[in-house]
Design a binder for this molecule. Structure first.
Ligand code: BGC
Length: 342
């Protein structure tokens, strides 16, 4: 059982409209989601003692989300992650996107799906957001109808993404929540134990574009098949952090992706998905300059993202899972964020 309440969250400048907030509540979770970017702004999870803490980074007010900030909690599209040099071909025709992360296109462009107002519809156990991405938006081909549905089922937050295209276009949708299971505002995630169910990952060049190789994790820092304590692991391997796509085992059916355990609070996050990959990002570019909820600042490594998705730059790498959506087809992916204590 879940309840849903609806309230105004803030006004967009220059008559841009009202952003609303939807609060989904079950016995175990409370989630706030706003219609700006389908953004998760708060997620309260109980610890072993039954004490609830907000485990996602974000802002108390709309202004926070409108400033330059690293996609806190938002839905990313039309294509999440990087497209090399912002260029790709579909059926022989070349398309050029804005280069918003030199020298590549990142997360849908200058004004991606995270920076638009969506149309909400309240459901019995959640909220559905929809919008039509116009033909040519951010340089992408064709019109795209999109539905993002959040539902709550006990300790599980389920996110479903659907889309239909009027022309062949790459589509890759994800959610960009930054988690800290100790509670948002905690200084780092070093005491989190991470497991990712991937035998292979994608090595990247210095601009974070996959070099094309699908490399075995065996014997590398990317072998997270057994739990590792993040801080110690980064130290042992002299890593600045993770910002990599892990290639998941399993088909288009629901499969296990990752588990993160925070021993001190007992909180556990397990992620399941229908997607072929997950970008594990440890907040390497956070620098403590943003003013977050409850006076929090967000230094490097103070949150982690598990962005379930297709593989980065798939539109330019034919041996990666197919990323084109054609007219008459339906894009349909689901990710489950399951919280518990252990
Ligand atoms: C990317 C990072 C990027 C961040 C946004 C992640 O999905 O992998 O490279 O910096 O999003 O700030």
């Amino acid at each position: 059982m879940a309840s849903v309440t609806r309230a105004a969250f803030g006004e967009l400048p220059s008559g841009g409209g009202t952003v609303e907030k939807f609060q989904l509540q079950s016995d175990l979770l409370r989630v706030d989601i706003i219609s700006w970017g389908c953004t998760i702004t708060a997620l309260e999870v109980k610890d072993r003692q039954g004490r609830a803490s907000d485990v996602v980074l974000g802002f108390a007010e709309l202004e926070g989300y409108l400033q330059k900030q690293p996609y806190f909690g938002a839905v990313i599209g039309r294509v999440a992650n990087r497209i090399a040099k912002g260029t790709f071909k579909v059926d022989g025709k070349e398309y050029h996107l804005a280069i918003n992360k030199e020298p590549n296109s990142l997360h849908g462009g200058v004004r991606g799906f995270d920076k638009v107002l969506w149309t909400p519809r309240v459901l019995s156990n959640g909220v559905q957001f929809s919008r039509v991405s116009p033909d040519g938006e951010e340089g992408y081909p064709g019109e795209l109808k999109v539905w993002v549905t959040y539902t709550l089922d006990g300790g599980e937050l389920v996110v479903n993404y659907r889309a239909q295209a009027s022309q062949a276009t790459p589509v890759n949708l994800t959610n960009h929540s930054y988690f800290n299971l100790a509670g948002q505002g905690s200084p780092n995630i070093y005491d989190h134990e991470v497991t990712i169910e991937a035998d292979t990952y994608l090595p990247v060049d210095e601009t974070l574009i996959p070099i094309g190789e699908v490399a075995p994790v065996q014997g590398t820092a990317f072998d997270l098949r057994k739990p590792v304590e993040l801080g110690k692991h980064l130290q042992d391997f002299h890593l600045n952090g993770f910002d990599h796509n892990f290639c998941l085992k399993g088909s288009k059916e629901k499969h296990f992706c990752a588990r993160v355990h925070h021993a001190a609070s007992g909180r556990v996050l397990e992620v399941y998905t229908t997607q072929p990959g997950v970008q594990f990002y440890t907040g390497n570019f956070l620098d403590g300059t943003l003013k977050g909820k409850n006076g929090a600042v967000y230094p490097k490594h103070s949150g982690f993202c598990l962005e379930t998705q297709n593989w980065p730059d798939a539109v330019n790498q034919p041996h990666f899972p197919p990323v084109l959506l054609r007219p008459g087809e339906e894009y349909d992916h689901t990710t489950w964020f399951k919280f518990s204590v252990a």
